[in-house]
Design a protein around this ligand. Structure first.
Ligand code: SAM
Length: 284
């Protein structure tokens, strides 16, 4: 295990560890999921407030240290350590997720949490500052991106605090920030793969017009293939289709042809998605 590869930067500032856990407003009945507990600086504080904590840790040496830290104490029975990769681990039920994880798994972490059912109540997560800023970015701002749109479709995201690199041992190369993620309940009735398929196209060049993005190589071909699959699933007679013209028509009709993704908000993107769906055109 290599410090850099597994992002083993231990949070050494106790008041920041305390603050992160406080931001979750834990209830005595809560079951908490922690990803990458390391030596347990957040874990011991979680166990003070919550009923139970499941901690997923990939490095057996870290898991051993954490085990030692609670050994023989009453909280030992309320902590379950899963040794393994969070990305592959089977997740238990949890009300709250608290984590200071290696930044390599930031994206998989967020999307895995948001697709987990039943939905959790809140997640307090530490990320590389740049990633955190993209999570909370608003439409029209310079950091508004595919990540911002994909996450904000399913959750409300707030910035909680900045954490400088000197609060960690060893200090990482980047600054960090903590965010709060509250999933929308019920979630919007939109398949993630569909929404993500559209944002992948329009944010591929966020400052070009939607029209230009749809003209990129392979896009019309991909949509035509999806359209054919959809037609055969619906037992629809497949007329010949000029997909490029069809796309033009939809962009024209919805009024998004000359708009840039950088300026589109969630409603705009959803409206565009539904207009394509009305014509049987799918993105996944
Ligand atoms: N949470 C602790 C803290 O705040 O002091 C440790 C933070 S350290 C940045 C990240 C921890 O995640 C390390 O203990 C590392 O071994 C663990 N880790 C790395 N990749 C992981 C993965 N894919 N699944 C679970 N844990 C992982």
């Amino acid at each position: 295990f290599n410090t850099e590869r597994f992002g083993q930067h231990i949070l050494k500032n106790p008041s920041i560890a305390q603050e992160i856990v406080e931001k979750a407003n834990l209830r005595p009945t809560d079951r908490v999921l922690e990803v990458g507990p390391g030596t347990g600086n957040l874990t011991v504080r979680i166990l003070e407030k919550a009923k139970h904590c499941t901690a997923v840790e990939m490095d057996p040496r870290m898991a051993a240290e954490l085990t030692k830290r609670v050994q023989g104490k009453p909280e030992q029975r309320r902590l379950e350590i899963i040794i393994g990769d969070f990305v592959k681990a089977e997740l238990p039920y949890f009300d709250v997720c608290i984590s200071n994880t290696p930044y390599q798994i930031s994206s998989p972490l967020v999307f895995r949490l948001l697709s987990h059912r039943p939905l959790f109540r809140v997640a307090i997560l530490m990320f590389q500052r740049e990633f955190a800023m993209r999570l909370v970015a608003q439409p029209g701002s310079s950091l508004w991106s595919r990540l911002s749109a994909n996450v904000q479709l399913y959750a409300k995201v707030d910035h909680v605090m900045n954490v400088g690199k000197n609060n960690f041992r060893p200090p990482p190369n980047v600054e960090s920030s903590v965010v709060r993620i509250v999933p929308l309940d019920p979630p919007p009735p939109v398949r993630f793969e569909e929404f993500d398929g559209l944002t992948r196209i329009i944010f591929s060049r966020r400052n070009k017009t939607v029209h230009a993005s749809f003209q990129a190589k392979g896009v019309a071909e991909m949509l035509e293939k999806n359209w054919r699959t959809w037609c055969s699933e619906q037992n629809k007679v497949m007329e010949e289709v000029k997909m490029k013209e069809k796309i033009e028509g939809i962009l024209e009709e919805t009024g998004y042809k000359e708009i840039r993704a950088a300026k589109m908000d969630l409603n705009d993107i959803l409206k565009l998605l539904l207009a394509f769906h009305d014509f049987g055109i799918h993105f996944a």
